[in-house]
Design a protein around this ligand. Sequence first.
Ligand code: RIB
Length: 314
Amino acid sequence: MSRIIVQWVHRKNINMKILCFGSLNLDYVYGVDHFVMPAETLAASSLSIHPGGKGLNQSIALARAGADVYHGGCCGQGGKALRTLLENNGVNVTYLKDVDAPQGSAVIQVTPDGENCILIAAGSNACVSEGQIREALSAFEEGDYLLLQNEINNNALLVSKAHEKGMRIILNPSPYNEKLNDVDFSKLSWLFVNETEAKQITGSDDPETVWKIIHERYPSLSFLLTLGEEGSHAWKQENGTIIHHYEKALHVSVIDTTGAGDTYTGFFVSSLMKELPLDVCMKTASAAAALSVTRPGAADSIPSLKEAENALHE
Ligand code: RIB
């Protein structure tokens, strides 16, 4: 019996593809004892350069979690190692274009307790063309997934074209800003936000109130709310009903929280693609995110599926 289930899960995963269309960044990570203040000059205790960008991080998390993932986006000057990293992780980069612009980048301050603040410069990530979108989407069909964040241009076009094809669209509107006003949220299947974005979108930090507001605005949307060490909530639309699950976070020693949300996203979506029950999707994603915060960097900190599964049974 269990062999039949495993084979079924395996087959589902092989048939379904995901296009993660998003950013690639070079992350300049500065160790600081506090975040730099207005008009302050602060000496960092360390500087290291890591691969990052929400798009790249989520593609790598998807691949490490076992999904069949394609990355769409733009690779700029100085970004060759980012392309290679995606390839080495088994991500299909057919729709990653080389462009004549500086590679997207991020300046990240990390405090001793692992908190971060992030400043991004779009660079190459703002070079996504309409032709590139049409070419990439032509390889996907009804039922395939599109995963987006908010670090590239042309998300509104991606959403409308993917929706025309009947793809399932997941948006992680991070960073939340006015560019999202152009995106038709009613065309999304899932919206993934953290507590900061939830407050920006709804004005509330109470999970039930946030969900109520989101559900009123977009009645057919499924919704994931991650709260860091406070755990995560999801409300999933399934066969005409809404399933809610809360999953607590695993408690670990925090080194660097950068990329934890991206890790959660990749593992959660990979489990959704396997049509696993909601609580299983959230448990695996929580374990993967917990492991990621015990390691420095964003993409560098993402565990394998085996590591995440082992952490669940410890
Ligand atoms: O989510 C973490 C990521 O945000 C970093 O890798 C940085 O590049 C920014 O995009």
